[in-house]
Design a protein around this ligand. Structure first.
Ligand SMILES: N[C@H](CCC[C@H](N)C(=O)O)C(=O)O
Length: 280
């Protein structure tokens, strides 16, 4: 059954990690995995890394609920770059410099930090093997798995699973080949986002990412948070650093209360009406 209602969308990105954003607070429209895949398809759909749905707040504690779908149609609980984009939209609509977004990962508090520059409290870094989650009890500081030149990652969850591998030169890693193998490693019952990180200085890390359910993206906010926490846990950096991604720089700080602050830009690039053929 093809849906004939009009569905406006916005195309947004955070450092090139791009999104199709649907606001269904009026229509109550429910996306399916097949629709998310069709929308995200860069050949036959609109093309994006994640499909982001703004829904009516489910508690009195937030301005809106945010649902997130990867390009393969899988659901994720967290997406830092999308959180900045949605927070910016909500703040623009409300004429406010503060917004609270609720996701499956919890409440996320956002503030404007300049023109199209947003800071988000991404919540606490989860470090126990059960929270990543992992398939068995493992020290998340040294998870002991590896393939090729990638060995012994650090496990961190920001509401979604990450495995951070430290390397001497991120440009030398064949992420397109190794990423999918590690994403599906048996240690990760819910798969994992795979980061390769090169420490440039105590306050600067170069990172590239293979995202669960999407592949290589130009930036990953939760991945940048996981990378900073991993580096600080290993004593490789301070608890605040710039993370340099393919698409640009995010500033990440792991606070004493274990929450992780992420600051970075947002961009609104287009708007339109979803073709109903994508919603059949
Ligand atoms: N690009 C997102 C991460 C998406 C994570 C998703 N690939 C998952 O399945 O966890 C970010 O900015 O945090």
């Amino acid at each position: 059954m093809t849906d004939t209602t009009d569905h406006p969308f916005l195309k947004m990105h955070g450092l090139g990690n791009d999104f199709v954003v649907l606001d269904v607070r009026q229509s109550g429209f429910a996306l399916t995995p097949a629709m998310a895949r069709a929308i995200a398809d860069r050949r036959t759909g609109l093309g994006c890394d994640q499909v982001v749905v703004i829904e009516t707040a489910r508690s009195g504690l937030s301005d809106a609920w945010m649902s997130l779908w990867n390009a393969d149609g899988s659901v994720t609980s967290a997406c830092g770059n999308a959180t900045r984009c949605v927070a910016w939209l909500l703040m623009q609509q409300a004429g406010s410099d503060h917004a609270v977004i609720e996701t499956k990962a919890g409440l996320l508090d956002a503030e404007m930090r300049g023109d199209k520059l947003v800071a988000v409290d991404m919540g606490p870094a989860r470090l126990d093997w059960r929270e990543i989650p992992l398939a068995k009890p493992v020290d998340t500081l040294h998870m002991g798995i590896g393939i090729g030149s990638l060995t012994d990652p650090v496990g961190v969850s920001m509401g979604n699973p990450h495995a951070v591998f430290f390397v001497g030169d991120v440009a030398a890693i064949d992420l397109a080949a190794l990423g999918p193998v590690l994403e599906h490693h048996d240690l990760f019952p819910e798969r994992a986002n795979i980061e390769v990180a090169q420490v440039l200085a105590p306050d600067r890390i170069r990172m590239r990412v293979w995202e669960r359910g999407t592949g290589i993206t130009s930036a990953c906010g939760t991945g940048a948070c996981a990378t900073l926490v991993a580096a600080a846990r290993r004593g490789l950096t301070a608890r605040k650093a710039d993370v340099v991604l393919d698409g640009g720089v995010l500033t990440i700080e792991w606070l004493p209360d274990d929450h992780v602050m992420m600051t970075g830009p947002v961009a609104l690039v287009a708007e339109g009406m979803l073709d109903s053929s994508l919603l059949s």
